[in-house]
Design a protein around this ligand. Structure first.
Ligand SMILES: [Zn+2]
Ligand SMILES: [Zn+2]
Length: 342
């Protein structure tokens, strides 16, 4: 038997339960979970925001652990390997989207902790195509948040079209933003941090921002234009108004790259068309993108700042995350000594 934290129904509370340790099937691996991040998207399961979620469901898509068993037809993974699982819960390899190389859009693609039970438990089953190798230097608590917040910002930035030396602005300095600033700096961009309030400036600078814009004290679009405009603005916030307020700071051929799930935003078509500017969304990434994120983070020293809670306190951890007060990611631990940690 093992401990798991489940949500029994939409809008239900978190329940700590005993369950049998699950068995692997073909194409699957069983992971002994060591840490699991608590992400804002876990509210999709908690509140029932997607159709057809089968309850009870164990949330969690920022998983770090060790392969404990592999099923039939799993060629490339072995027990004892340290792996992570993110939002992307695997792909089939033969649907039209996969055949075009768009594995993230797999038509039968699953979401970890939503289509199948995630990482708020001691053992989980994951499709082999969802696994990412964790490098030795990253202990589980440090690897876990990189499986969602990390890969989302890293993968968006590396696919943004910005080149080293160009101005990249990061809108928001929270769970996603504090990682995005670090990645952007390590990628060699001229990084501008944008957030509300003067008090976030020292942190933004410490994380690698060259310039900080307090959006309460000045118009962030005007400030960006004074710098020549931004080649890319990565919007990590979830407020559409904050995104609309920076669009005017895009350089010619600039892109407002959206990774924050705001319900709506306003754009100026005239501004877009007169400068060939664009607004684009970015999906986080597949398992190999996560693996690249972990390797890059291990190699460059990019780390998430985390608050940890034991698995049994998942409800408290979730509330802390939802309060927006966490500095910056919240991570559940399973009470195990880190396998490859320091
Ligand atoms: Zn997430
Ligand atoms: Zn597919």
């Amino acid at each position: 038997m093992m401990r798991a934290v489940q949500v029994a129904r939409a809008k239900g509370s978190f329940e700590v339960v005993e369950r049998p340790i699950p068995q692997t099937g073909a194409g699957m691996a069983r992971i002994k979970v060591q840490a699991c991040g608590v992400c804002h998207s876990d509210s999709v399961v908690k509140e029932g925001l997607f159709p057809n979620i089968a309850y009870p469901r164990v949330p969690g898509h920022e998983v770090a652990g060790v392969i404990d068993a592999v099923g039939a037809d799993v060629a490339d993974w072995k027990t004892g390997q340290r792996v992570g699982v993110g939002w992307h819960g695997g792909y089939c390899g033969h649907c039209d989207a996969c055949r075009r190389g768009n594995f993230f859009a797999c038509q039968t693609g699953q979401i970890t902790g939503l289509s199948f039970d995630g990482g708020y438990q001691q053992y989980m089953i994951a499709p082999a195509s969802a696994l990412a190798m964790i490098p030795e230097q990253l202990p589980p608590v440090e690897a876990a948040p990189l499986m969602c917040a990390g890969v989302t910002t890293f993968n968006a930035l590396r696919n943004s079209g910005a080149r080293p030396g160009e101005t990249v602005a990061i809108l928001g300095l929270g769970g996603l933003g504090h990682l995005a600033v670090q990645y952007a700096a390590k990628m060699g961009f001229k990084v501008v941090g944008i957030a509300r309030g003067k008090d976030k400036e020292p942190l933004a600078k410490k994380l690698g921002a060259k310039i900080y814009i307090d959006s309460e004290a000045a118009n962030p679009a005007d400030e960006l234009l004074k710098l020549g405009g931004a080649k890319v603005i990565l919007a990590t916030v979830t407020a559409g108004e904050a995104m609309s307020a920076v669009e005017g700071g895009l350089a010619v051929n600039g892109t407002l790259l959206v990774v924050g799930a705001a319900p709506s935003m306003q754009v100026s078509p005239l501004w877009l068309l007169t400068g060939c500017r664009s607004v684009k969304g970015w999906y986080s990434g597949t398992s190999i993108d996560s693996q690249d994120t972990l390797a890059f983070s291990a190699g460059t020293g990019v780390r998430s700042m985390n608050e940890t809670f034991p698995l049994e306190k998942a409800a408290e951890a979730y509330e802390r995350m939802m309060s927006g007060k966490a500095r910056f990611r919240v991570v559940l631990t399973m009470g195990e000594v880190a396998a490859g940690g320091d």
